[in-house]
Design a protein around this ligand. Structure first.
Ligand code: WTA
Length: 650
């Protein structure tokens, strides 16, 4: 691989037709940071406002007068922007193209007109059930069109949605429902993934037996697989029964630009997941603009993002961005390797997908299956590829480029976070030469910087912690119910700057290379898991005295979850108990948090003040016992020898 190219220049044939070429990128970027008000004022006009904003940007990252407000006196409705305004020009265009889990089942097209009608019917039904502006609706659905319908119906009536990923357990649902005091849940009888059934309704039932969930008055159940499920009347209602009789039109709520649009829970380094709060105007401006610019969107594109709507990528780049742009978005219920590892490429051929956006973990897993499953398909329709969620190793990048894209398609490696709402660092495919493994350059208005441990800004070629010096319209506005936690988490480490939690290197060309999280968050297959969450799940088991969890390099997942467990005195460790503890974590949090390796730890390395030294545990998990560094400050250095002896052997 040593002679493989490290620079992939913009393709002239692509640049010739691209929305933004290199000169235009430089020009617009300079303008966007010189006069953000003028720049974002102009960009904001891409939306239909019920009342046009007269103020654009009102921001201070300083503790004393902290505020983040964009388009603050504007009024709009997100669902109107995603639906109504397209009806005159694209009513019969496909908005959502649904490809079911089972390839032998028919795909379904939902036009903008039909989507509008379905959203209005559900919005009317929700109002009828007593849901209004500011109420929180939890959505726990599989990847079916109803997920987008549910989100947009909430937006239509000003309800705040909180989507919970289908891979979370009843406990996790209950935590999230309790935190935001949800009044209504929309779920389905079952989900389907890779031929396996996921008992969504049963999970909701179990969640609602847990304390803190009694705010929920109604559960709407979409009939999806047709499985028999328990219906507890009058709480549980069939979705079709309440929606079918409703009118196809529904007066949209006038929302202030800074009214909440949704909450999405995400893991941080401490405590329980935070409810990341996004508001209406700035978020929608930002996701629609980035979606158009980064993916070089054209009206005839068939755009496919393989994320789940349970994550922010699904919110911003399956639902809100694409639909605000009047695009055709594919909604895929299945998985990459079922019925076989050619599925992605078959779906691309079947629906003539032009833009394909997926995660490095999927690319690595499919790369392992060799080129044949790819080569057996045409993929001629593709013109642009994208990745998101974690750093992509150059080898996987090249395979994606050479094999999947036949060397024809640019790749956009997009760096962003739940908190950022949309893409912050990414190549624009007609403007910025790519380097495999680098997210390249900042988007318009984005001012990244690298700081050292003391918060000193590093210039030129450097490696440090990635911060953002100024706001952008899609930035999160608060942690739901705990504004101080928002300020403390993101603006306190480096006062006056937004701290991303990521490490990053900048090369001599000014390209950014994200190196991964520098806090106690593990990125498993692009999913964020807080080590503290897994630890508290483990210690909740009656036989566990103490647990410490770290990430370690994993070939497919990027990072795996490595758990060190100390049992209560007198308990016997054995494989049986190991399996039980792994299953316990799956049950407590959900399958996304399944530990990949569990090591018995008779003792954990602690400082004399009792603090666990994770640095040492990380090195042992990485199988690098020669790099433990200074262990002299440990209360009992001998525990390390035992852990090293019994470490995981790759
Ligand atoms: C990581 C997902 C490198 C990063 C949109 C970030 C990436 C976390 C990239 C956010 C990328 C995301 N290159 N790392 N292109 N994209 N990350 O909130 O560590 O689920 O902080 O948002 O994923 O994960 P989240």
């Amino acid at each position: 691989m040593s002679d493989a190219p490290t620079l992939y220049p913009v393709r002239p044939d692509f640049a010739a037709h691209a929305r933004i070429d290199h000169a235009r990128y430089e020009h617009l970027y300079a303008e966007s940071v010189r006069d953000p008000d003028a720049f974002w004022g102009k960009v904001g006009q891409r939306l239909d406002w019920m009342r046009a904003p007269t103020t654009i940007r009102d921001v201070s990252f300083k503790q004393q007068d902290f505020r983040i407000r964009w388009y603050a006196d504007g009024e709009l409705n997100a669902s109107v922007n995603c639906l109504d305004r397209h009806l005159a020009t694209r009513g019969d265009k496909t908005a959502l193209l649904f490809e079911p889990d089972d390839p032998s089942q028919p795909a379904r097209r939902v036009t903008y007109r039909e989507l509008h009608a379905r959203v209005c019917r559900l919005a009317n039904a929700l109002r009828h059930l007593g849901i209004g502006k500011g109420d929180v609706v939890t959505i726990y659905l599989p990847m079916i069109p109803e997920a987008a319908v549910a989100m947009l119906a909430c937006a239509r009536i000003g309800a705040i949605h909180s989507v919970v990923f289908g891979g979370f357990s009843p406990n996790s649902i209950a935590d999230r429902v309790g935190d935001c005091k949800s009044k209504l849940i929309i779920t389905a009888d079952e989900g389907l993934r890779g031929g396996k059934k996921i008992p969504l309704k049963a999970n909701v039932d179990a969640a609602l037996k847990l304390p803190g969930t009694n705010t929920v008055e109604t559960v709407l159940v979409v009939r999806h697989t047709g499985a028999a499920v328990d219906m507890q009347m009058p709480r549980d209602r069939w979705y079709d029964a309440v929606v079918d009789g409703q009118s196809d039109s529904c007066e949209p709520e006038r929302m202030n630009a800074e009214d909440p649009l949704f909450i999405l829970y995400t893991s941080g380094s401490t405590g329980k997941p935070k409810g990341v709060l996004h508001t209406t105007g700035g978020y929608l401006v930002y996701v629609s603009y980035t979606h158009e610019a980064v993916f070089d969107l054209r009206d005839d594109d068939i755009y496919w993002c393989t994320a789940d709507v349970g994550w922010v990528t699904g919110h911003s780049y399956i639902v809100y961005g694409p639909l605000a742009n009047g695009a055709t978005a594919l909604v895929f219920e299945g998985v990459p390797n079922w019925p076989d590892s050619s599925r992605f490429w078959q779906v691309i051929d079947k629906h003539q997908v032009t833009i394909f956006y997926t995660a490095p973990t999927a690319i690595r897993a499919l790369m392992r299956e060799g080129d044949a499953p790819v080569k057996s398909t045409s993929r001629k329709s593709l013109r642009l590829l994208g990745t998101v969620g974690e750093p992509i190793n150059p080898e996987a990048w090249r395979w994606y480029h050479d094999v999947v894209g036949d060397g024809r398609c640019p790749i956009v490696d997009t760096w962003w976070q739940t908190e950022t709402g949309g893409i912050l660092i990414s190549p624009l495919p007609g403007a910025i030469d790519a380097k495999p493994g680098s997210a390249t350059k900042p988007f318009f208005g984005i001012q990244p910087a690298l700081v050292d441990a003391n918060g000193q800004i590093l210039e030129g070629e450097a490696e440090g912690n990635l911060v953002l010096l100024d706001s952008w319209p899609g930035q999160m506005r608060s942690v739901y119910g705990d504004h101080q936690r928002f300020i403390d988490t993101y603006f306190k480490t480096y006062p006056g700057m937004y701290f991303s939690g990521d490490g990053c290197r900048r090369d001599a060309d000014g390209y950014y290379w994200i190196t991964g999280r520098v806090d106690d968050v593990i990125n498993v297959s692009g999913h964020r898991i807080g080590t503290a969450e897994v630890e508290s799940a483990l210690v909740a088991h009656p036989k566990v005295a103490e647990a410490a969890v770290v990430g370690y390099p994993h070939d497919i997942k990027g990072q795996g979850i490595y758990a060190y467990v100390t049992l209560i005195a007198g308990e016997q460790d054995n494989d049986e108990l190991r399996k039980e503890l792994v299953a316990w974590v799956r049950k407590e949090i959900g399958p996304v948090a399944t530990p990949d390796h569990l090591q018995w730890a008779p003792g954990l390395p602690k400082t004399r003040s009792g603090k666990i030294m994770r640095r040492i545990l990380r090195k042992i998990a990485e199988n690098a016992p020669d790099q433990l560094g200074d262990t002299s400050t440990l209360a009992d250095p001998s525990v390390v020898d035992a852990l090293v002896r019994n470490r995981r052997q790759p």
